[in-house]
Each structure stands twice: as C-alpha cells, then as structure tokens.
Ligand binder design. Sequence first.
Ligand SMILES: C[S@@+](CC[C@H](N)C(=O)[O-])C[C@H]1O[C@@H](n2cnc3c(N)ncnc32)[C@H](O)[C@@H]1O
Length: 220
Amino acid sequence: MNLWADFHGNTDGPVIHKWKHYFPVYERHFAPFVNRSVTLLEIGCGDGGSLQMWKRFFGPHAQIVGIDIEPRAKEFEDDQISVRIGSQDDLAFLDTVVDEFGPFDIVIDDGSHIQAHVAASFAHLYAGLSKNGVYLVEDLHTAYWPDFGGGQGKPDTFIEIAKGLVDELNADHSRDGLLATEFTRMTHSMCFYDSVIVFERGIYTKKWAPRIGREEKKKR
Ligand SMILES: C[S@@+](CC[C@H](N)C(=O)[O-])C[C@H]1O[C@@H](n2cnc3c(N)ncnc32)[C@H](O)[C@@H]1O
C-alpha cells in the first residue's frame, strides 16, 4: 500500500488531518511495521480518519490505540481500534494506557501541540517504547507559535529540547564531559523534517566498537 496514493483525495471516509509532506515521512519510518503485529498509539484522534488510515496501512495484525480529551472520540472505536479518553499531559492516565496496551512500537503525537504537553508525553512514553520503536512528533511548527507555548529559541519548546537531545545522542564521543544518558543508550537516530521529528530506538546497546579497516590494514 502507498499511503499517499491510497488516502490523498479520498473523500469517502472520516477526515484525516495531515499535511501532505508527512506522507513520505510515514512511509520511510513505518514501512518495516506493515503487516506485523504492531501496536501503535496516536495522541489526538481528530475526526477518526487517521485511526482508520493506520489500520489499513499496517494491516490485519495491527492494534491501533487513540487517546483524546474529547469524549466523542470513543465513537471512533472499531475492530483493531481502541480509544481512551484523557489528556496527554496526565501521566497517570498515560500509565493506564501503557499498562493496558503497551509496550508501543509506534507513538505519533498529534494531540494538543502545546509544547509543555508534547514534552511531557515524550519524557513519559519514550523509554517505554519497544526496543526498535519509533516516536514521531508532528505539527512542530507550533514550537514557533506563542499560542502553543512556542517561540524562536524558547528553551522549553520541543524543537529546542530536541536540539539538546542531538548532543545526548552523541554523548559517548564527548571530550567535554558530557555524560551518556538513558536516551544515549537507547536511541539509534533522530530525523528532523519540516514540522516533524522522528526518534528511532536502537535494537542494540551502543558501545565503542573498533573501526572496520584497522586490523585488515595491519595484515597487509
Ligand atoms: C489535529 S487533531 C488530530 C487529528 C488526527 N490525528 C488526524 O490526523 O486526523 C488534534 C486532536 O487532539 C486532541 N487533543 C487536544 N488536546 C489534547 C490533550 N491534551 N490530550 C489529548 N488529545 C488532545 C483534540 O481533541 C483533537 O482531536
């Protein structure tokens, strides 16, 4: 299935609130999970369209979970789709969702887009992803908009937090005393796109490894 080809211009189902340039990002990071027994959490259900899109994209073994503050989102429940009502910054609520359905392979944050909420959800959910899980935060243009707690260079926006995490990702190589953290150990990559950041957890424990080539050269 090609997400873009299948859903662009499809006016039959419930509305999907996605920017078109997100589709290649989804394909790139989510393709390995298609037709697997993937468990996905989407923060923010909107009109239910994206929950149906994920169900069709990931296939018959996928469990799709949506959370939303609007009680009407319960109506979007369907075969393979569960919805729980609560706020993404209510950590006790998130725990109940993880206890019931986790660990998640994929988390998509498309909720309030309030920067403090985005940061709180990420801080609480990221470490609990499955070992090769993906955490995708979208609509991060809001990190530049004051009405969402954003602003250029404002230290508590998720964009600024993520810039700091780039250093944490590379902490093993620091010669300035930057200490490796849990994030360093568990993160394989961070990808920045227009309005989107994707974190991929690693399936291995990072450690210093000899450079390929050195031993081979000595032998010659
Ligand atoms: C942009 S819409 C989601 C669109 C949907 N994911 C889609 O792609 O079709 C944002 C949703 O987040 C929900 N929301 C707002 N604040 C929230 C919060 N604090 N926690 C969880 N969901 C929230 C809204 O009720 C709304 O349904």
